[in-house]
Design a protein around this ligand. Structure first.
Ligand code: DHB
Ligand code: FE
Length: 287
């Protein structure tokens, strides 16, 4: 049976890609941000996932405003990146896991999620930068991926409750996957930020910290908010928080916090990182 080792949720600001390319990790602007990541890498080195199931958003690379699925699941043998116009280097193709993708898709559809299935899919900074942060060194990443893109770009957005249920359904699919693989769940985006309009630059630290706490022990609390509540509390792009909610909801057993980090700002964004461990997995490793 698949062993879901835990979840990592992190921001995905494009400027991180330029900082990595230019080797700016120790630069005074960047150091407080990058210093948050070694504990996540140390945990990953022990957890040794084979596959990462990644909830993220496509910002216009694979889907655009003319065709915008609410939820889209990748089922490709490999995923390519491409120039998005941010000036960050593209990465090597990333290996997929089509068998697990189709199992997740079948479970989701059986659970009445009408997902878009993608046998070809470009993946943008929201997927590649969190991977680069977890496994530095240029892109020979040690996991296969199942990308799950959520619409946080064009209204109407799904609700936090829907994101939570999506995550729960993916969690059940993982629990019923018969292969003996170690699975990491990831959620990317957030925390509070707004890139345009009158509130450009908006950040809400108390709300972010409340969400990071709730995600550990009481994630359902966040399902009381509507999508528009999240826009108000976290900014228009702060709705990416919903990928964190989905990732947390995919952990079906007991959960413990391994590490968290929060730094304001990176570009226009409150940058957060949360590492959660499935406690049964911890017990299994110790035995
Ligand atoms: C920024 C943040 C994002 O989440 C994103 O997708 C693009 C840009 C930013 O703060 O610059
Ligand atoms: Fe984003």
């Amino acid at each position: 049976m698949a062993n879901v080792v835990g979840a990592i949720t992190t921001s995905h600001v494009p400027a991180i890609g330029r900082a990595i390319e230019k080797g700016l990790e120790k630069d005074p602007y960047w150091k407080p941000f990058f210093d948050g990541y070694p504990p996540a890498r140390a945990w990953l080195a022990k957890a040794q996932p084979d596959v990462a199931v990644i909830f993220y958003q496509d910002h216009g690379l694979n889907f655009f405003l003319d065709k915008m699925p609410t939820f889209a699941v990748g089922a490709a043998p490999e995923y390519r990146n491409a120039d998005e116009g941010w000036g960050i280097p593209t990465v090597k193709p990333i290996k997929g896991d089509p068998a697990l993708s189709w199992h997740i898709i079948e479970s989701l559809v059986a659970d009445e999620f009408d997902v878009t299935t993608c046998q070809e899919m470009l993946v943008d900074h929201a997927l590649t930068l969190p991977m680069a942060l977890m496994w530095p060194g240029g892109g020979d990443w040690p996991v296969r991926i199942v990308p799950i893109a959520m619409n946080h770009v064009q209204h109407p957005l799904p609700s936090p409750r829907r994101a939570y249920k999506l995550g729960q359904s993916v969690g059940r699919a993982l629990d019923s996957w018969p292969e003996d693989v170690r699975v990491l769940v990831m959620g990317t985006g957030g925390l509070s930020h707004q890139l345009d309009g009158e509130r450009a630059g908006f950040i809400n630290k108390p709300f972010d910290l409340m969400c990071m706490d709730a995600l550990v022990d009481d994630p359902e609390k966040l399902t009381r908010y509507s999508a528009l509540d999240i826009v108000r509390e976290a900014g228009a792009q702060g709705t990416e928080l919903m990928a964190w909610i989905a990732a947390r909801a995919a952990l079906t057993g007991r959960v413990g916090k391994v590490h968290s980090h929060y730094h304001v700002p990176i570009s226009n964004t409150a940058a957060g990182l949360l590492v959660l461990e499935s406690r049964p997995a911890a017990i299994a490793r110790a035995a």
